[in-house]
Design a protein around this ligand. Structure first.
Ligand SMILES: C[S@@+](CC[C@H](N)C(=O)[O-])C[C@H]1O[C@@H](n2cnc3c(N)ncnc32)[C@H](O)[C@@H]1O
Length: 237
């Protein structure tokens, strides 16, 4: 977490965008499709936003009437998110949780890998942008376990009927200098999600030369951003 603390303290936030993610806006409707199959549910759906930073996507998701549970390891990030959005978050030390008065937004302050998900899970939807791609390759199996816990019914190995939007970046690692977001190849996708989710590639966008993300990765060769929709694999699949 130290390297992230340093980035926040030095205000080196090259990943941050002062805009709502256009791919979230475009594909959020894919999550509603599930609600058509579930007309009896009237309680607000809960979104999980791992490694949230100060993303504007949270305010957008809240504005649509969803509840949001996020995780962030750096306090300065949550304080900045709070100030910039006027969320009025209050910190509850006992659970290491920031909460709005109405309880619609909760942010766990701490390491994703040790978050006690059983207290709040399962979530209906996941918005994973700049989260998996921020994780070092050696920690990816731990990441998988955390993401599974976030959608698992506590006390069982069963998954809730979740939908998970995942934004990744894919490029030739041998041509990059190891900076910026980590490449998530098709093989990585299968290793991380293949045994517990159905993976649908919704869109693959080729990034033009000079694109900020390509500059962050420092890569001259082809680079795509992919957006996937994941849903639980049923036992018979
Ligand atoms: C690349 S940034 C992305 C932030 C946000 N998703 C966005 O797209 O703007 C990753 C964020 O995750 C936080 N972070 C990194 N590793 C973490 C961990 N293991 N647990 C909790 N937070 C972590 C960092 O402090 C940083 O704010």
């Amino acid at each position: 977490m130290e390297k992230w603390e340093t980035r926040w303290n030095e205000n080196k936030l090259r990943w941050h965008k002062d805009a709502i993610d256009p791919l979230l806006i475009k594909h959020l409707g894919k999550l509603h499709e599930k609600d058509k199959d579930d007309p009896i549910s009237t309680s607000p759906k809960k979104f999980f936003v791992p490694l949230c930073g100060k993303t504007l996507d949270i305010a957008y998701i809240l504005s649509l009437g969803y509840h949001v549970f996020a995780v962030e390891g750096v306090r300065k990030a949550v304080d900045t998110l709070n100030t910039e959005n006027n969320f009025g978050l209050e910190f509850h030390e006992q659970d290491s949780i920031f909460k709005t008065l109405d309880g619609k937004l909760q942010i766990y302050l701490g390491d994703l890998f040790t978050c006690p998900f059983e207290k709040w899970a399962p979530f209906d939807y996941v918005w994973d942008k700049g989260s998996l791609t921020a994780i070092d390759e050696e920690s990816r199996q731990k990441y998988k376990i955390s993401m599974q816990k976030s959608v698992q019914i506590p006390g069982s190995n069963d998954y809730h009927n979740f939908k998970y939007l995942l934004r990744t970046v894919i490029y030739d690692k041998s041509k990059s200098e190891g900076m910026g977001p980590k490449c998530v190849s098709e093989t990585d996708m299968n290793d991380l999600y293949g045994d517990w989710t159905n993976i649908t590639l919704l869109e693959s966008v080729k990034l033009p030369e000079g694109h900020i993300l390509r500059r962050n990765i420092n890569i001259g060769s082809v680079c795509h951003e992919n957006i996937y929709l994941l849903s639980p694999k049923s036992i018979n699949e």
